[in-house]
Design a protein around this ligand. Structure first.
Ligand code: GZL
Length: 319
């Protein structure tokens, strides 16, 4: 039987494609991830979540640690572009200064996912989605807890504030949310506010300075993360004061160290900020590569843990 030449060619091409398909289908998605650093327990748990979830999802992860420097994150993103990764994701150390490199990624047709922290670029076509917590709401939760705690307090309530990294979304928004709530009652006064850069060491150092300047006038410490609160607790004890008693302490993240401090009676409350974004990120990467549309904003659901529930909740904690 004489089979037309074009039919033979089509059959050969189909056979070649079919034999190549399994390999093509198995071609691993490559994700370039630029992480801020390892400044806190939260960050360490976040990195672990991303690395483990990439492994579980069969995604090849190129992971870079920027040691909390924006220029290192920009370098890493440029390197991912040069390597032609499939997707780029990162947690921006600060809100501004990303337009140029995000436009380079867009020009290279590499989709970008923001995780954990936002950027303040006007052109939101520069990223596909932003997944992470609502930091303003975290600040409001901290404020609402304090207002309730101090509802019977007479006279002024003097607050010192340990801010996160200057210019970072969590520092800007946690301050905003907390102030929105406490400013409703003039008895609350933020008498000192300074960055502790989200680290234990800096938190301790700045709290020492607060104590030197204000001493027993301080009624409350509001720390933008647990690591700075834990550092400040050391300073408060070294000053001969009782943390969580002489000075009410509110912090954010709800990492293991915070639960341990609450169970020791040294921290009053921690607002949850979940670092476990790895699973959501890998699902978003797979959906992207499968041509699905992602929501512009994916918000993490979170709670609040006062010291009274710490012992019961601690065994259930995943970070
Ligand atoms: C919040 C995250 C913050 C944590 C800090 O999502 O960006 O950075 O609250 C961490 O502990 O350093």
């Amino acid at each position: 039987m004489n089979i037309p030449r074009r039919t033979v060619l089509a059959a050969t091409a189909a056979a070649a494609l079919a034999s190549a398909l399994p390999a093509m289908a198995q071609k691993k998605i490559v994700l370039g991830f630029s992480q801020i650093g390892a400044e806190s327990e939260w960050r360490t748990a976040n990195s672990e979540s991303i690395k483990q979830s990439a492994k579980d999802a069969g995604i090849e992860l190129k992971f870079s640690d920027a040691q909390q420097k924006q220029e290192n994150q920009i370098k890493a993103i440029r390197s991912f572009i040069a390597q032609k990764v499939d997707v780029i994701a990162f947690s921006p150390v600060v809100e501004s200064g990303w337009g140029t490199v995000l436009r380079e990624a867009k020009a290279a047709k590499i989709p970008v996912i923001l995780t954990d922290r936002a950027v303040n670029e006007k052109d939101d076509s520069l990223w596909v989605t932003f997944m992470g917590s609502d930091f303003v709401e975290e600040g409001r939760k901290a404020g609402r807890w304090l207002v309730d705690k101090m509802k019977d307090a007479k006279g002024e309530v003097n607050i010192v504030e340990l801010q996160g990294t200057v210019g970072s979304a969590p520092a800007i928004d946690r301050k905003k949310g907390f102030e929105e709530i406490v400013k409703a009652d003039p008895k609350f006064k933020i008498i000192r506010s300074q960055t502790g850069d989200f680290t234990r060491a800096k938190g301790k150092e700045v709290m020492e300075a607060f104590l030197k300047a204000e001493g027993k006038k301080i009624n409350v410490l509001y720390a933008h993360n647990d690591d700075m609160a834990i550092g400040a607790i050391q300073a408060i004890e070294e000053a001969g004061l009782k943390p969580a008693k002489d000075i009410v302490i509110i912090s954010i993240d709800a990492v293991k160290g915070a639960f341990e401090a609450m169970m020791a009676g040294k921290l009053n409350v921690s607002v949850e900020c979940s670092p476990l974004l790895g699973g959501q990120l890998m699902q978003a990467v797979k959906d992207l590569k499968a041509g699905k549309t992602l929501p512009k904003r994916i918000v993490t659901e979170e709670g609040i843990f006062p010291m009274e529930v710490a012992a019961k909740e601690f065994p259930k904690r995943k970070y």
